[in-house]
Write a protein that binds this ligand. Sequence first.
Ligand SMILES: Cc1cc2nc3c(=O)[nH]c(=O)nc-3n(C[C@H](O)[C@H](O)[C@H](O)COP(=O)(O)OP(=O)(O)OC[C@H]3O[C@@H](n4cnc5c(N)ncnc54)[C@H](O)[C@@H]3O)c2cc1C
Length: 357
Amino acid sequence: MEHTTSLAELTAALDGAAEVADTEPMWPAQSWDPLRAAGVLGWSISTEYGGQDRPVSELLDGYAQLAAGCLTTSFILSQREAAVRRIADSANAALCRELLRPLACGGRYATVGLSQLTTSRQHGAPALRAELHADRLLLDGTIPWVTGAAQADHVVIGAALSDRRQVLAVLPTTYPGVEVGPPLPLMALQGSLTAELRCQGVELDRRWLLAGPAEQVMGGGRGPGGLETSCLALGLGRAAIAHLEREAVHRSELRPTAERLEQTRGKLWAVLLALATGSATGQAAALRARANSLVLRATQAALTASKGAGFLRGHPAQRWVRQACFFLVWSCPRPAADATLAYLAGDEERSSCGWRS
Ligand SMILES: Cc1cc2nc3c(=O)[nH]c(=O)nc-3n(C[C@H](O)[C@H](O)[C@H](O)COP(=O)(O)OP(=O)(O)OC[C@H]3O[C@@H](n4cnc5c(N)ncnc54)[C@H](O)[C@@H]3O)c2cc1C
């Protein structure tokens, strides 16, 4: 299919609708439809299924640009991409054939509900329990966070068996016993329609199983969010820095701040690409903490420069500041959270542990 919209045009369209997408608990069709029309939903999917199979560096660059336009839309996309990766990386060829083509053209939307295996509710009993039988999987419990839940045809979910082994599966949202809660009242990104999903005696045929049972079914593979999370943080940071650069054209006192932030962002972007392409290893948590720090500082610098006008609803600076806080809680595993806390405590030494620049 021919796609004529450039990434710059798409980003500008997203930017125009970003305030509504952030503040209204409604599916952001005004952003999602152009994104689908521009072919973005095929970027990461194999050509075998009608996608474009783009290399990782191009994907990251695209995600970051979209995040600079509208974090809400790029976040929804990131959860869809996580679902696509779990399906594509599974050994379930039949599900790949069934799901990846409609996902590539946007005829279907899938998302993930995996955090109950990683970063959510780890201090109590498993939130979502599974029983595995010869022909089916029985699901009971709660999936605390599902972005785009009300819009989703499928959710890639993770559940724990009674022996603590885990499974990953695709859950069709129309199955009996599946209940999608109302959109959660969020500090930002309201259009993501993030909701709790409850499962009561849900019977899932084994053909929907993606992985497991295994002790750490998500271990070894890509963690939730991972580099994509840092990528979106750097994308949002870029939007704030670009605002400072525009202001600095007629307010030269802002130039040094814009330059220093952009220098840091450029360095972090280089590390992100090196990690993504395998030329560096093992520093994802340190990168994440630095990306968190950068996006918090850049967005607050944009607000400082925008003064009281930037504090008014509708001004992008207030939106960026609220959205930057999302990176403190989104898919932030213990090492990334520890490093971020060290930054917040002003402890540069500890926060950069394991970091080689
Ligand atoms: C807007 C939004 C969208 C999201 N979308 C998705 C999605 O689409 N898919 C997905 O899989 N995930 C998603 N997540 C989940 C996200 O990645 C994290 O897993 C989530 O933010 C973790 O927060 P939690 O409150 O569930 O953590 P929890 O660890 O459950 O903490 C909740 C509360 O429990 C208490 N607590 C925490 N640890 C302890 C402890 N050790 N002992 C005692 N008490 C403790 C604290 O009071 C804490 O406030 C989303 C999150 C948000 C905010």
